[in-house]
Each structure stands twice: as structure tokens, then as C-alpha cells.
Design a protein around this ligand. Structure first.
Ligand code: SF4
Ligand code: SF4
Length: 203
């Protein structure tokens, strides 16, 4: 009898609307294009990344906002955002993310995607990225002070005085070095990079 009632209820229900299906294609595309496992789908929107990021003040969107936009399928807005270009790969956010999202690697992926479709609003962004790469190739690691001063001197010299207090604060708190430090074994590192470029050119 009980089963009959249930069956009857089932048949008398009006057709239910199909629940909205999130368009996760952009999220899946970004995750697939990221080296290794991005864990991007694990983001819980806690905002720890933005709170840890020394560059967030210059970003159009914090990493948290950007990842929400990726999940929402906002392709154009994501690829036009300056955020991945302003990211200096310091990995502060990566070591603090409670979900182990590979944030810096995702930023590289978004830059590559934006270059492919020429969708970056800030025309100085690729130059910023190239300066970063030049520094890493020269010292084997990032040098944020050199990166910021070179970029602002070249593109926004009038903004440099306004940046000084922030830069000074980061230096005095030990979050940024005033001089670059070359890694040990830089010759081996350069040889690896040269081989990687050869392989890339051949592929
Ligand atoms: S810290 Fe990690 S989990 Fe939190 S918002 Fe950023 S990416 Fe998402
Ligand atoms: S790796 Fe990039 S996004 Fe993360 S804290 Fe550093 S600059 Fe910000």
C-alpha cells in the first residue's frame, strides 16, 4: 500500500524543470592545458591567495576572482584580465592555498591562452612577462625588485615615485630583495633551458 502511494505521487508530479548545468568547459580546458595537475576545480573561494599576493593591488582581479570567472565560463573577461601578467610567480599563494591549487601554473596557462588568441588588454603585459623570463634565465630565479623597476622605468616612469613606499615596505619586511641572487649551478640551469628550447623548436 505504501509503495502504491509513492508510485501514485510520482506519476502525479508535474514535469520538473531541468536544473541549470554549469558550463565548465573553460575550467576543464584550463585544467587540461596546465602542466601536471592544476587542482583548479578544488578552489573553495577562500581568498587566501589574494591576501597573500604582493601584486594583487595591480591586478584587475585577485586570483580568487579570476578562478571564479573561469568556473563561470567568462572566457573573454578571463583572457583580457591583466592578473596572470602581473603575477610574478613568487608562489606565496601556492604554499598557502588550503586546497593545493597550483595557482602560479594556472597563471602561466592563462597567459599562453591569451597570447594564442591575442586577448590581452594591457599592451605592456607581454613585455613584463619577457622581462621576468630574462631575469629568471640570468639568475635562475625571480627578482621582483628588478622586474618592477625595469618595467615601470620603461613603461610608467611617472608612477615610480608612488610605488616607492610599497616597495620599501616589502623590502623592510623581507618580502623582497634589493639585489638579485644567482642560484648555484646556473650553468647547468642554462644548459637545461637551452635544451628545452631546442626541443620546443623541434616539436
Ligand atoms: S587560496 Fe586556493 S582555495 Fe583559496 S581562493 Fe585561492 S585558489 Fe581558491
Ligand atoms: S604566485 Fe602570482 S598570484 Fe600567487 S602570490 Fe605570487 S604574484 Fe600573486
Amino acid at each position: 500500500m505504501f509503495a502504491t502511494t509513492l508510485e501514485t505521487d510520482h506519476h502525479t508530479l508535474p514535469p520538473l524543470p531541468t536544473p541549470p548545468v554549469a558550463d565548465l568547459r573553460l575550467l576543464e580546458e584550463v585544467a587540461a592545458a596546465t602542466a601536471g595537475v592544476s587542482r583548479l576545480e578544488m578552489c573553495i573561494q577562500c581568498g587566501t591567495c589574494g591576501g597573500s599576493c604582493p601584486s594583487s593591488a595591480d591586478m584587475d582581479h585577485t586570483p580568487r576572482q579570476l578562478f571564479a570567472m573561469v568556473r563561470a565560463g567568462m572566457r573573454d573577461e578571463v583572457l583580457r584580465s591583466n592578473t596572470p601578467w602581473i603575477c610574478v610567480s613568487c608562489y606565496h599563494c601556492v604554499v598557502r592555498c588550503p586546497q593545493g591549487v597550483h595557482i602560479a601554473d594556472v597563471m602561466y596557462t592563462l597567459k599562453s591562452m591569451a597570447i594564442r588568441v591575442k586577448l590581452y588588454a594591457d599592451s605592456t603585459a607581454p613585455d613584463f612577462s619577457q622581462t621576468f623570463v630574462d631575469l629568471v634565465e640570468n639568475y635562475g630565479r625571480s627578482f621582483e625588485f628588478g622586474l618592477a623597476t625595469r618595467h615601470y622605468l620603461k613603461h610608467f616612469p611617472l608612477r615610480l615615485p608612488g610605488m616607492a613606499p610599497k616597495g620599501l615596505g616589502m623590502i623592510t619586511r623581507g618580502r623582497m630583495d634589493l639585489t638579485p641572487h644567482r642560484i648555484e649551478g646556473i650553468d647547468k640551469f642554462k644548459a637545461i633551458l637551452a635544451r628545452a628550447k631546442e626541443l620546443e623548436a623541434a616539436s
